[in-house]
Structure formats: C-alpha cells, structure tokens
Write a protein that binds this ligand. Structure first.
Ligand SMILES: Cc1cc2nc3c(=O)[nH]c(=O)nc-3n(C[C@H](O)[C@H](O)[C@H](O)COP(=O)(O)OP(=O)(O)OC[C@H]3O[C@@H](n4cnc5c(N)ncnc54)[C@H](O)[C@@H]3O)c2cc1C
Length: 370
C-alpha cells in the first residue's frame, strides 16, 4: 500500500498512475481535491518557454502528453495550444533571449526569437515599447482544477481511496524511520510500503525533523477581468522584465497574473488581495497592451498557496534515511505545466524503487555545502 498526502495535481495524478498499475493507494487531503495551488479560477500556463534547462526535458515529455490527456482521463478537453510569447522591452534582455532560443531548440523545444515586426504579425496590439519576443508555438494553457479533479476521479475508478478533510499534522518515526502519519484528529495511519508527501505548502513543515527545506509559501495573485468586447491578447503571454502573465479565456475574460502577491491569513487559511498589487498588475497589462486601458477586474484571487524554492526549481527527493518516503515541493509558480511528465516518473520511482534519471537534478543535494 502507498499512502499519499496532498490532493493537488501531484497527489491526484500519481494516485491514478499507481492505481492503474495495480498498487493499493490511499490519499489524504486536508480540504478537498484541487483546493490548493491546483485550484482556483481560469487556466494555468503550459509553458516550456524560459524554464530552467533542467526542466526542459520534462516539459518536452509533458507537451507530448497534454493534448490527449483528457482522452486518457475520460473527460472534456483540458488543453489548448495557444503558443507562448515572452515579451521584451529592454535591450539588456535581447542577447539572453537569443541565446535562450538556441538552448531551447537544442532540447527539442521549437523556439524563435522575433523582431518587433515579426511579433506584431502574431500579436498586433502590443505597445510600441515592446521591441522583440521569444516565441514557443507548442506552449498553451490547461484547465487546472478540472484536470486535477479528472485525475482524482480516474484514480478512484482505478481503485484508489481518497479521504478529504484529513489534515496530516506530522510524520511518526521510530529511530528516524517513518512508520506512520498522525492526523489532526489523532488518527495514526501506517505508511505502508511508500509514503509520498505532495502537500506543497506543508511539505517543509512535515519534513522539518529531517531537513530544513529551503522553501517558503506565497499567496500568488490572479486577476480575472469582466468579459472584454475585444480581447487584444491572442497568446499565452509573459514578460522579460515585468511581473506579468496574460491569458485569454474562452468567454472573453482576461486573466492577469505573473507573481504578484496577496496577504496570507494563517487563521482562516485564505489570502486577502492587496489593492496596490492589483493596481500594479493592471498597470503592467495596460502598459503592454494600451487598448486594455479602463479594463474592469471582476475577481482577485489569492486563496491558493504555492511553495517557492530558493533557486526557483522544484525539490523532488527522498527523505534522508527514509528511501520509502518521497516528497516534492517548491514548484515556484510553474509546477503545473510539467505535472503530467513528473507524475509519470514519480509513479515509476514509487513502484521500481529507483530514482528516474530525469528527476536526479531536483535532489536537495544541489544545496549541499562543499
Ligand atoms: C495563482 C497561481 C498561478 C499559477 N500559474 C501557473 C502557471 O501558469 N503555470 C504553471 O506551470 N504553474 C503555475 N502555478 C503553479 C502550479 O499551479 C503548482 O505548482 C501546482 O499546482 C502544484 O501542485 P501540487 O499538487 O504540488 O500542490 P497543491 O495543488 O497545492 O496540492 C497540495 C494539496 O495538499 C493539501 N495539503 C496541504 N497540507 C496538507 C496536510 N498537512 N495534510 C493533508 N493535506 C494537505 C492541500 O490542501 C492541497 O490540496 C501557479 C500557481 C498558483 C497558485
């Protein structure tokens, strides 16, 4: 039996992979499936463009999986290929973008460095200040909450047990070896053959007796506009020097995000949006697409905590002295897109007791002194 903590995309997808391969799986989720970073309004970016080079092979595999994932999970389409544009305004960002285009192409991620004129053929409404862009035509967007719930439903159909409303307080160890978990109701649940800790914002707390994970939690902000008569944004859009990400929704709304923050309340377990952060996000959007001037924001969401890591690259590893305990955290605002590939590999690791080569770069030993 494999016990898992966390019902986000990582917990739900690995539960599906394991259950369909005949493993008995129990998943413990503090709230409901997709109530953490894998939930919330709109869609998430499925972007290879501008990722750390260690994540590019994972992204190449994820982009093979995304288009037909809904067929495997028996649900409505989840992914739309829009292409991603990383917009550039400052000359200092241009040489890096040209170099990055070459790097990404070497990893099989088709990427083009576009001049201002070439960019305007794809995205005619960008401001004159935007003078270049990095274009990844294979990137897109996906419905995150629907995908996560579809993984969970498919896991249950394959035999997994999912328990919602179960908060895991700590791991129980005898002489350093993890044997069980304890819930906030005092229930002690044996870990079985494997324990997979995919509780994102709680991973640091749960593994703290063994190691001090260099991660922290952020209440990332997403703004959703009222429907626009004419939406000028055609692609998934990012920006080299502004804290900005833009997604066009199928109903004419625009999502504005990119890394601005709300204030997290530990008592309520919810985020409160900050007026200045909303205004700054909108101002950046209008600076890049002037026709968005006057855009009205319908909702500001900061309710979904994400763990950020010190080098903005996830930590995927086994607990020291406990090869049967695997944890993954620190997705740093971009763990969504790679999830179909990473969860496939995590299931292999759990079943075959061997760390897949593609996950080796994400071990915490990369921070070891000396
Ligand atoms: C606003 C926002 C925008 C984002 N945009 C993008 C994007 O465009 N592209 C991209 O690639 N990525 C994006 N990300 C990142 C991506 O969504 C996350 O990296 C990914 O969803 C993390 O999945 P997870 O399963 O690890 O975590 P989560 O979805 O957070 O799941 C963890 C689950 O564990 C549960 N849990 C926590 N503690 C406990 C406990 N002690 N006991 C039991 N259960 C517990 C939580 O309730 C939660 O449901 C974004 C994230 C946010 C928040």
């Amino acid at each position: 039996m494999t016990l898992k903590i966390g019902g986000g995309v990582y917990g739900a997808a690995v539960a599906w992979h394991l259950a369909r391969r005949g493993e008995a799986v129990e998943l413990l989720e503090a709230q409901t499936i997709a109530s953490g970073a894998s939930g919330g309004p709109g869609r998430r970016g499925v972007r290879a463009n501008c990722r750390d080079h260690r994540e590019l092979p994972l992204m190449a595999r994820a982009r093979e999986l995304w288009p037909a994932l809904h067929v495997q999970l028996g649900t409505d389409p989840l992914f739309e290929r829009t292409g991603h544009l990383q917009l550039i305004e400052r000359p200092i960002d241009m040489p890096k973008a040209e170099t990055r285009a070459a790097l990404q192409n070497r990893f099989g991620i088709e990427t083009a460095y576009l001049s201002g004129a070439e960019l305007r053929e794809l995205e005619p409404d960008v401001a004159p200040a935007v003078t270049a862009a990095l274009h990844c035509p294979g990137d897109g967007v996906a419905f995150h909450a629907n995908t996560t719930r579809a993984y969970a439903a498919a896991a249950v159909a394959a035999g997994a047990r999912i328990r919602e409303g179960v908060w895991v307080e700590r791991l129980v160890a005898r002489e350093g070896v993890v044997e069980a978990v304890v819930t906030s109701d005092g229930e002690e649940i044996p870990v079985g053959r494997k324990l997979l800790v995919f509780a994102n914002s709680s991973v640091r707390m749960l593994v703290a007796p063994w190691l001090d994970l260099p991660t922290w939690n952020l209440a990332l902000q997403v703004l959703v506009s009222k429907p626009l008569a004419a939406n000028p944004v055609r692609h998934l859009v990012g920006h080299a020097s502004r804290t900005l990400s833009l997604k066009r929704e199928p109903d004419g709304r625009l999502m504005i995000s990119g890394g601005r923050l709300g204030r997290w309340d530990h008592e309520t377990g919810r985020g409160t949006p900050i007026a200045e952060e909303i205004a700054a996000n909108v101002a950046d959007a209008v600076a890049v697409y002037p026709s968005l001037a006057g855009i009205e924001i319908e909702a500001a969401d900061t309710d979904h905590l994400e763990a950020e890591s010190i080098d903005a690259v996830p930590m995927i590893d086994q607990l020291p002295g406990n090869p049967h305990v695997i944890y993954a955290a620190g997705w740093s605002g971009h763990g969504w897109a790679i999830a179909p590939a990473v969860t496939e590999l995590l299931a292999d690791w759990a079943l075959e007791d061997r760390r897949p080569d593609l996950l080796a770069p994400f071990a915490v030993s990369r921070f070891a002194a000396g």
